[in-house]
Design a protein around this ligand. Structure first.
Ligand SMILES: Cc1cc2nc3c(=O)[nH]c(=O)nc-3n(C[C@H](O)[C@H](O)[C@H](O)COP(=O)(O)OP(=O)(O)OC[C@H]3O[C@@H](n4cnc5c(N)ncnc54)[C@H](O)[C@@H]3O)c2cc1C
Length: 465
């Protein structure tokens, strides 16, 4: 170990204890995230696992003192390379900070530390009779801090909004090491600029989120799924429009296109034609209301469907849910890897977006599978690739880049929920309006003048502008 690394290890161990420091990084999974599926990997000076906000603040102050950039890390399930460190930086992973600081079920409120996994947060809320509706995939691994820093969505954000809708406050360790509390327990609060909202989706560039005040919902008595299959995309998109027009708001309104469906057909719980286009909905709430709503939605989905299934038994419902969770891994398994794009378009342009993807894929001889959060116009388009084949990987990257034209020409957003990270930094620099780029650069420069909080992620540097 070099003298510098040795000194870093000693200093950091004094703050968090010997067992909570890795210099150098022993667990190499700490320098990767889900961009690993497209062959990316990082490096770092080391990693620390603080157990309290005070320890996070002391570690960040050390970074400021010695000029070491830091990378906040949750579960490493992000698809944008936001938690993938560059050589010489320090990974700060508050995964030991899992306390529920306060639960006030009668006010639908909890104050929770950022290291709690999404799955355990769901369980903790359920234990209080409450519901944290956002359900991004990979809930076993992803953490509240990462959910906030990416403003995660998932299927249920259609009715209930992304993580931002569930936050009334955050505790954030700024790049100076100062602890900022923005907002708090009150559901309404306009006494300051909305720094809670600013932290949401900041991808680690404003500091380390250590805790949050959550505005939760009453736990739904039932969550009732339904799935309808269609012979082709046109019929599927028409069904999505019918669901949107049916007069009630499903909790989730999802789609899985024919190629993604074919990849996961072997595990589909019922008989189905492999190349079906699937529309999936959920209705949640008190049983009588959710049942009535599901009936209306199922009626709306019936036109043009080859099958409609509204499972009632918990076993069948779980089987459908775990099949849906398995779509992404099944798509990866086709060729061993995928290069994924995440973008959002206005709902009424979704059909055009899927047509454009089809044309770009066909024009490049690429195999592309799409699924996503249809109600939010949020598409995950994956180019299937053997990631050990370098030239094929580069071709797949180029096809994925070509998809950026889709949100650009349809009035959408370059990313709906996975974030900019490092994988879309150049695209953001090229495509976002100069005034927007200047404004966000000014914000991060004001809060982090030395540029130590997750540099090279989310916010294009001045030289790229
Ligand atoms: C199978 C699968 C399905 C997915 N489905 C969805 C989905 O439906 N919807 C969705 O939105 N996302 C989805 N994702 C992406 C990912 O799970 C979410 O973005 C998740 O919220 C990231 O959380 P994480 O803890 O893993 O964050 P990480 O990957 O560790 O980090 C992501 C970003 O957040 C920053 N960050 C992490 N923790 C902190 C902190 N404490 N303070 C400040 N910054 C921090 C990192 O620096 C990085 O920029 C999916 C991922 C997988 C693998």
């Amino acid at each position: 170990m070099s003298g510098t690394a040795d000194a870093a290890r000693r200093d950091l161990a004094r703050i968090v204890g010997d067992d909570a420091v890795q210099v150098p990084v022993a667990d190499r999974s700490l320098v990767r995230d889900m961009t690993e599926t497209r062959g990316l990997s990082g490096d770092a000076l080391g990693a620390v696992f603080p157990g309290s906000t005070d320890e996070v603040a002391a570690v960040v102050r050390w970074c400021a003192k010695v000029g070491v950039p830091f990378v906040p890390r949750g579960g490493g399930t992000g698809y944008a390379g936001g938690a993938m460190p560059d050589a010489g930086s320090l990974v700060i992973a508050p995964g030991r900070m899992t306390r529920v600081r306060e639960a006030v079920p009668q006010a639908w409120r909890m104050t929770v530390e950022a290291g709690l996994t999404t799955r355990r947060l769901h369980a903790a809320a359920a234990g209080e009779g409450l519901w944290f509706a956002p359900n991004p995939g990979a809930a076993e691994q992803s953490q509240l801090g990462g959910n906030i820093a990416t403003n995660a969505g998932g299927p249920r954000s259609f009715r209930h909004g992304t993580v931002r809708s569930f936050l009334t406050g955050v505790e954030l360790v700024l790049a100076s090491g100062e602890v900022l509390v923005a907002g708090g327990a009150a559901r309404k609060n306009v006494e300051a600029l909305d720094l809670t909202g600013l932290a949401c989706g900041s991808e680690g560039t404003l500091g380390v989120i250590t805790a949050a005040w959550l505005r939760l919902l009453p736990r739904p008595e039932v969550i009732l799924p339904a799935i309808a299959l269609y012979p082709d995309r046109r019929a599927g998109v028409a069904a999505l429009e019918a669901a949107m027009a049916c007069g009630c708001v499903p909790t989730a309104l999802e789609f899985v296109d024919d190629r993604a469906f074919a990849a996961a057909a072997a595990t589909y719980p019922r008989h189905a034609e492999p190349g079906s286009f699937a529309v999936i909905t959920e209705s949640a709430g008190p049983a009588a209301i959710a049942r009535a709503e599901r009936e209306i939605i199922v009626d709306a989905l019936a036109a043009g469907a080859t099958a409609v299934d509204a499972p009632d038994s918990p076993g069948e419902q779980r089987a459908l849910e775990s099949w849906r969770d398995g779509v992404s891994p099944a798509v990866v398994a086709v060729r061993g890897g995928k290069v994924s794009e995440d973008f959002a378009v206005p709902f009424d342009r979704l059909g055009e977006a899927l047509d454009m993807i089809e044309r770009i894929a066909a024009g490049n001889g690429a195999e592309v599978a799409c699924w996503g959060h249809a109600g939010d116009g949020n598409v995950h388009a994956s180019v299937l690739v053997d990631r050990s084949d370098r030239p094929a990987l580069l071709r797949a990257e180029a096809v994925a880049d070509a998809f950026h034209a889709v949100p650009r020409s349809l009035g959408g957003s370059l990313t709906g929920e996975h974030g900019i990270g490092m994988v879309k930094l150049e695209t953001a620099a090229a495509e976002l309006a100069p005034a927007l780029l200047d404004a966000q650069r000014a914000v991060v420069d004001a809060l982090d003048p030395a540029g130590l909080a997750n540099p090279g992620r989310k916010i294009p540097p001045a030289r790229m502008l």
